[in-house]
Design a binder for this molecule. Structure first.
Ligand SMILES: C[S@@+](CC[C@H](N)C(=O)[O-])C[C@H]1O[C@@H](n2cnc3c(N)ncnc32)[C@H](O)[C@@H]1O
Length: 268
């Protein structure tokens, strides 16, 4: 049953891609040439929404090979904005293993920025973002507020809301990928540092953040959700301890699932 569902999903994806090759060729080609992980229509939506934003910096966590980054930076460039896109990418582990080590990943993302003409629009923070080094990333922001923040990384949107939401202008754009009530629990390994919990982590953390009134959804394409910082939102409702509890609960579920299947919790 699961196999049928997954091959059906693949067929629908191939159909959408064939259609987009002709109807959305700019973003189709960008995705092809940079090995982007989202559908061209998602990159197009990111571009369109960013084109309408005020001239303020944007921060994106999870650049990978830079597909989303180029789409966002094109919006800045085509609208002749002065503001920059800060791209946070750790360049190692997880999907980056498919490309190589840190040096290869850094070289690849920078080569895409240059190839697609957006090096001037981008400041790269080539490190793993943590609560501890958040201020280093924030020091790259050179406008009084942010127009948007984008998360397509490790599902730790609690960290990104904590660091960047207070800097976002009212009505500012928030884009979050991997919002789905799905888990694919497995041992933690270099290739799967989150043990298959990224989607469910994103889903439960974002639902809590929506309940606190800090994110108002506006669009959803597949697992990518778009929203805004609502006016009169009250950040004092944001509670890191509640977020940590959600993270711990999911880790306990992952461990219980693996124990029930007699699989080790870590392969490292
Ligand atoms: C799904 S990929 C991003 C895909 C990309 N946005 C695109 O358009 O194709 C997730 C990326 O997030 C990076 N990442 C995960 N956690 C991170 C963190 N805490 N700090 C920086 N980068 C992180 C990973 O190295 C990986 O390249």
């Amino acid at each position: 049953m699961l196999q049928i569902k997954s091959s059906l999903k693949q067929s629908v994806k191939s159909l959408v891609l064939s259609y987009e090759q002709f109807t959305n060729s700019r973003f189709y080609k960008l995705r092809e040439e940079t090995n982007g992980m989202l559908l061209p229509i998602v990159y197009r939506k990111m571009y369109d929404l960013c084109s309408q934003l005020p001239d303020l910096d944007i921060i994106e966590v999870g650049g990978a090979t830079g597909t989303g980054s180029v789409a966002l930076a094109w919006a800045l460039k085509d609208r002749q904005k002065q503001s920059k896109l800060i791209v946070v990418e750790k360049c190692e582990g997880g999907t980056r293993v498919d490309v190589g080590g840190y040096a290869e990943n850094l070289q690849l993302i920078n080569s895409h920025f240059s190839k697609f003409g957006v090096s001037e629009q981008i400041r790269l923070f080539p490190k793993e973002l943590t609560f501890d080094n958040g201020n280093e990333a924030i020091s790259l922001i050179q406008t009084p507020q942010l127009a948007a923040f984008v998360h397509d990384a490790d599902g730790r949107i609690d960290r990104d809301f904590f660091l960047f939401w207070p800097l976002l202008c009212e009505g500012g754009l928030i884009i979050i990928d991997d919002y789905a009530n799905e888990a694919n629990y497995q041992p933690i390994s270099e290739r799967h540092p989150l043990g298959g919990a990224k989607l469910i982590l994103t889903y439960r953390l974002l639902n809590q953040i929506i309940e606190w009134g800090l994110f108002k959804p506006t669009h959803k394409i597949g697992k990518t959700i778009f929203g805004i910082k609502p006016s009169n939102a009250d950040f004092s409702r944001f509670n890191l301890a509640t977020c940590a509890k959600i993270v711990d609960e999911i880790e306990a579920e992952r461990k219980a699932y693996l124990a029930s299947q007699k699989i080790p919790v870590s392969a490292i």
